[in-house]
Design a binder for this molecule. Structure first.
Ligand code: NAI
Length: 332
């Protein structure tokens, strides 16, 4: 049998955590043959609730789950982990200034970066889910300088999957027949869901462009984009809670594709450290189209970017540059 992989989930007593840990224990993250040991971290006020989640994991008798560490100690949580999914963070509460929320998250991600750097397994892969996801990931990268930047990412796969879902509903085709949408930029309402390179596989086996099949540029350049951008808020309005199920599922998709690879000819969206591709400023964590092979992502190169798209890529980059400055101002 394979050696178990240690997977850290921070904020494990929260909404997403509660949806995510059973998926991991069922093999959704790394496949049905890979045993796992779950490390769950939360803060002391949530310790009792976290222990309740641990009790349920025991009760679920998952065949792949070889152990559970449930703790409020960051060092214990990070020790030996191969994959870290960072869901814990400080939520924005009514009446709070943006800078105050940023400041709380900067200090959380600074501390957790150091713990991961010192105690995680070599080559640990990190996925930041907690908002502001891109900037939290950037802070984590800055304060864990010995973790290669290739190993630090943030979640925009939920937005990517939402874009696929909208096209699927519009064209009445199954979501698995659609591929190569792109989420560019920030996991925020300035993100740019781009269908210019997306295709649909028809029953004949032929691939056709989404833009051609939808044949409604006004919808694709308007309502489609805003629906994907605003989907998180729409779910909160409907459910009174965040989109925990779909976020957990997207986090599994993100890690699984990263570790096991993307199918030939298919790309996915990941928030990764910009190298300046597509004239996105280097040094931001920005969502790009990527393919993955042998446990490494690479940004898909050479896609055409029209004028409409260029403006949207720049707008979301500007927001990230500004977030980065705000985060740095919290450090000093
Ligand atoms: P939640 O409030 O239900 O859970 C957050 C958990 O984090 C709580 O249990 C809290 O005690 C814990 N926590 C707070 N500070 C911590 C720390 N320093 N260390 C460890 N744990 C800590 O929130 P929910 O709905 O589970 O969402 C979690 C985060 O994910 C939020 O920041 C949310 O905005 C974000 N999110 C991101 C999405 C994405 O696509 N990137 C999608 C949906 C949510």
């Amino acid at each position: 049998a394979q050696n178990p992989v240690r997977v850290l989930v921070t904020g494990a007593a929260g909404q997403i955590g509660y949806a995510l840990v059973p998926m991991i224990a069922r093999g959704v993250l790394l496949g049905p043959n890979q045993p796992v040991i779950l490390h769950m971290l939360d803060i002391p006020p949530a310790a009792e609730s976290l222990n309740g989640v641990k009790m349920e994991l025991v009760d679920a008798a998952f065949p792949l789950l070889k152990g559970v560490v449930a703790t409020t100690d960051v060092v214990e949580a990070c020790t030996g982990v191969n994959i870290a999914i960072m869901v814990g963070g400080f939520p924005r509460k009514e009446g709070m200034e943006r800078k105050d929320v940023m400041s709380k998250n900067v200090s959380i991600y600074k501390a957790q970066a150091s713990a991961l750097e010192k105690h995680a397994a070599a080559n640990c892969k990190v996925l930041v889910v907690a908002n502001p996801a891109n900037t939290n990931a950037l802070i984590l990268k800055e304060f864990a300088p010995s973790i290669p930047e290739k190993n630090i990412s943030c979640l925009t796969r939920l937005d990517h999957n939402r874009a696929l879902g909208q096209i699927s509903e519009r064209l009445n085709v199954h979501v698995s027949e659609i591929k190569n949408v792109i989420i560019w930029g920030n996991h925020s309402s300035t993100q740019y869901p781009d269908v210019n390179h997306a295709t649909v596989k028809l029953p004949s086996g032929e691939e056709k462009s989404v833009r051609e099949l939808v044949a409604d540029d006004a919808w694709l350049n308007g309502e489609f984009i805003s629906t994907v951008q605003q989907r998180g808020a729409a779910i909160i309005k409907a459910r009174k809670f965040s989109s925990a199920l779909s976020a957990a599922s997207a986090a599994c998709d993100h890690i699984r594709d990263w570790v096991l690879g993307t199918p030939e000819g298919t790309w996915v969206s990941m928030g990764v450290y910009s190298d300046g591709s597509y004239n996105v400023p280097a040094g931001l964590i920005y969502s790009f189209p990527v393919t993955c092979q042998n446990g490494e992502w690479s940004i898909v190169q050479g896609l055409s970017v029209d004028e409409f798209s260029r403006k949207k890529l720049d707008l979301t980059a500007e927001e990230l540059t500004e977030e980065k400055a705000l985060a740095y101002s919290c450090l000093s």
